[in-house]
Design a protein around this ligand. Structure first.
Ligand code: HEM
Length: 130
């Protein structure tokens, strides 16, 4: 009987264009993308840190590099990635503790994560990059 239930054809929709993800779903995908993004950018950040500390010349070079508008934009995106990953990470840790797991709370906490991470990005990005 249990086998029959498993084998039963269930409706499937794998068409990415028609899938409408709820906010917690979008948050979850962004958490993964931001985690991978931060990981991939770590060598660049470490290189920047190293060159800013090696000598006065390399410090000036890294300062000029960061002053480029495109680099600023990428770093701004990276700050948002980190803020999103951090806030969503705290939300997941709370969910692991069974805090806020009902649908309404999960939706509310997703909105809070987006709002807090965007505000933090604007404050920190604005202070550090401009
Ligand atoms: C250098 C900084 C970080 C990097 C590179 C990073 C990277 C990642 C990656 C790649 C994942 C796997 C995502 C997935 O497969 O869905 C992950 C998961 C996770 N990260 Fe981070 N992370 C960082 C910082 C943080 C911080 C500061 C927190 C704390 C708030 C955090 C909390 C979490 C949690 C709770 C998960 C598991 C989420 C789940 O249950 O699906 N991470 N992280």
């Amino acid at each position: 009987m249990a086998e029959m239930t498993i084998k039963k054809k269930r409706p499937k929709n794998l068409d990415l264009k028609t899938i409408r993800l709820p906010l917690p779903g979008i948050l979850s995908i962004l958490h993964r993308i931001s985690g991978v993004g931060i990981f991939l950018m770590l060598p660049v950040l470490l290189w920047l840190l190293q060159s800013s500390l090696t000598s006065a010349d390399t410090f000036a070079m890294s300062r000029d590099f960061v002053a480029h508008p495109l680099v600023k934009l990428i770093l701004f995106g990276l700050i948002w990635f980190y803020m999103h990953h951090f806030c969503a990470g705290i939300r997941y840790l709370l969910l692991d503790l069974h805090k806020g797991i009902d649908l309404e709370s999960a939706r509310l906490s997703s909105k809070i994560v987006f709002a807090v991470s965007i505000v933090l990005t604007l404050i920190i990005g604005g202070k550090v990059l401009w």
